[in-house]
Ligand binder design. Structure first.
Ligand SMILES: [Fe+2]
Length: 417
């Protein structure tokens, strides 16, 4: 039955584990065929494998995060792994990775986790190949001295031990300990920061970039150095990605707080805080100019507990119409913060912003189907409507297409801050 038993993990039994290995999860590391495998135990040792144990203390509780990096896995192969007496498995993506599906959402908690069971069921059933959770996990990972985070990870374990689970920080990941829980519970690609705050990875025809908007949100608490570090890294990362467009034509970025939305409680989308995030202020660089001048195709965000698809928009200039999503002249933003926040859903503004193409306050998540190098499908799954697709759009572009030159030149020449 076991097609390929590649790894057996045995824990040192000198100190009897109280709970056994738990919170098992995997993520992409440096490529879709390099996987980081993480799990927690109450014991500090493991053996018979090449890995690391990270012991960290939060809320007076000592936790041990064990990490194994699995390099150069064979494509399209079922792998099984055993930790003590628990056996898990995952299947690697094919070598010719021209098409795949990603499940993308923000804002999913333990309480009121409306989408949790659907994500688990459909992830296990192979309805998507990996998950991107764009911040606000568990509500909160650090609650009750981190025990709520433990519970959340154990709840998700059936799916995140089987398909990669990619995360970035939301405001709820601020544990007043400089995002200690985010840093120690996950292992994201080591291509940006070393603490899971920002990174990028090529997956088939898409260059994926995860960013922290929380550097902006918590600048007063933690200072602004990280804003500059991330900005300088992003500039170089997107420059490199642009030079590689022939091989990897799409760029998809995800960040927790949105540039654009039209919800009633819309401070993040209309007021000063949002302007700083987009444009920068007082010497702090904003992020939107990088999206525009580098022709970023897709921008995901959460934080607002709703779904909203935007028309292509750049610096408040929007482009709508029947063919707006073919060869888009500006980034396409999707707000997908509707997975299941612990508090109630967000109210929309009475009148949508002019760049709003479709909005829904149903709970749910987005499934992004990368069809090939020129076509991507976005489908919004409603939990309220029994997993019906309540909105879908194809974004397509011809080979070599970039955004309108006018906007790109404007963004490149404009000092937003
Ligand atoms: Fe948030």
């Amino acid at each position: 039955m076991l097609a390929a038993l590649f790894l057996v993990l045995l824990l040192c039994d000198e100190v009897q584990s109280l709970t056994g290995p738990e919170q098992v999860h995997i993520a992409f590391y440096t490529s879709p065929w390099d996987i980081s495998l993480s799990y927690g135990t109450s014991t500090a040792s493991m053996q018979n494998l090449t890995g690391t144990t990270n012991t960290w203390i939060f809320g007076g509780i000592t936790r041990h995060s064990h990490v194994v990096i699995l390099n150069n896995l064979k494509p399209s192969t079922q792998y099984y792994y055993q930790i003590e007496n628990r056996v898990f498995n995952f299947r690697t993506l094919p070598a010719n990775l021209s098409s795949y599906k990603a499940c993308v959402f923000g804002d999913l908690g333990v309480y009121n986790g409306r989408s949790t069971q659907s994500i688990i069921n459909n992830g296990i059933a192979g309805k998507f190949d990996f998950i991107v959770h764009i911040g606000d996990l568990a509500y909160d990972l650090h609650s009750n001295n981190g025990k709520l985070g433990d519970q959340y990870m154990n709840t998700l374990e059936p799916v995140i031990s089987k398909i990669p689970y990619m995360v970035i920080a939301g405001n709820h990941e601020n544990d007043n300990a400089n995002f200690t829980n985010l840093k120690n519970r996950f292992v994201m690609p080591p291509t940006g920061s070393d603490d899971n705050q920002f990174y990028s990875i090529d997956i088939g025809p898409v260059h994926w970039v995860g960013l922290s908007t929380e550097y902006y949100g918590f600048e007063e608490q933690y200072g602004n150095t990280s804003i500059f570090t991330q900005f300088n890294w992003l500039t170089k990362d997107l420059e490199t990605a642009n030079k590689n467009r022939q091989n990897v034509p799409w760029i998809a970025l995800y960040q927790h707080r949105p540039f654009y939305c039209s919800v009633e409680d819309g401070a993040d989308c209309t007021l000063y805080e949002n302007v700083v995030l987009r444009h920068g202020a007082l010497g702090i660089p904003g992020l939107e100019q990088e999206y525009i001048k580098n022709s970023v195709d897709i921008g995901f965000a959460g934080h607002m507990h709703a779904y909203e698809r935007m028309w292509p928009v750049a610096d408040l200039k929007y482009y709508k119409g029947a063919d707006a999503y073919h060869n888009p002249v500006a980034p396409v933003y999707i707000l997908t913060g509707s997975a299941g926040c612990h508090s109630s859903g967000m109210k929309f503004s009475p009148i949508p912003m002019p760049w709003s193409a479709h909005r829904s306050d149903d709970y749910g998540y987005t499934v992004m189907t990368v069809a090939n190098t020129t076509h991507i499908l976005f489908e919004q799954i409603s939990i309220d409507k029994n997993e019906a697709v309540i909105d879908s759009v194809w974004v397509s572009k011809d080979s070599g297409h970039l955004h309108t030159e006018e906007r790109r030149v404007e963004a490149a020449g404009q000092k937003f801050y």
